[in-house]
Design a protein around this ligand. Sequence first.
Ligand code: AMP
Length: 358
Amino acid sequence: MTVVPPGSTIGILGGGQLGRMTALAAARLGYRCHVFTPEPDAPTAQVAAQTTIADYGDRAALAAFARSVAVATYEFENIPEDGVTALAKLVPVRPSARVLGICQDRLKEKTFLNRIGVATTGFRAVDSAASLARARDALGAPAVLKTVRLGYDGKGQRLIRARSDLDAAWDALGAEHAILEAFVDFRCEISVIVARGLDGRIAAYEPVENSHKHHILDRTIVPARIPAKAAAKARAIARRIAKKLNLVGVLAVEMFYADNGAVLVNELAPRPHNSGHWTIDACVTSQFEQLVRAICGLPLGATERHADAVMQNLIGDDVRAWPKILRQPGAKLHLYGKREIRAGRKMGHVTYLAPRRA
Ligand code: AMP
């Protein structure tokens, strides 16, 4: 096993806040970061040693980037898989292009999960109005129609209730490949952040509870208010997925805790995740440091939680409350350095800490 020692340069594809917080954690361990992003003045670039501004399809720029880094990772999953595959021929990319390929495609993802014995809601592949009608008959209503690729924060989704909704929903989705999922009557949404090191060791954080506004994560409550048995099950599921994916890096596993006590996996993200931001302030090792440790072949850090926490996202105009937040004891403010406030844009977050109760 080759260790990428402190002092080396880590490449990060993507320039958003996840890359920014990864670069900050990397710097704390003595690494430099080189960020590859199409966007000028990206949040990651503001804290990275080096920046390449180029499109993800620019093979020459990717090759030059590869030559300058010891290992590469990515901070969002909508990077073309073939670009990552090409990059991986030149430098280790962690998590692998295969993991990225599974997580980019909702059908591949759910098929993989079921194959390894992890429960999801029922689903069918849909590629025409006629196959949507058949899937609807098989799964019942309500059901959720989603694009197979490039969906996040609820984009590219339609709720189907009645049979009469079908044609309109198919037209409105405007995608060639889609998935219809049986609607889950969940008690709450939870997630587990899990890391797997180069040595195969796995570390999972505690399950947390997530609530959304307009399909965007609004708040994470730590720990999740679910029975201990369900929490243990959620953690075990996340560990199993990390193992079966042969993951090297960090993975977020989003799950539904259903009314009947079942834990169903909804989605995987092979990177640090918004629902893991609380780990910066409430854990010995944050999800970002854990990513650096995993991809550099270092031992994983402890995932113990030393405080209870609530993470509140600051979306759009919410960020204007920063002066008030700074005056609150127990509030830890994180701003992402985005100049322009836009509706729905993640501008920062606050972690509210309280003494650990259980
Ligand atoms: P996703 O893009 O798959 O993470 O979905 C975004 C949000 O839509 C989830 O966090 C849920 O709140 C809701 N959702 C997605 N799929 C389902 C489903 N099959 N049943 C019920 N709610 C869902």
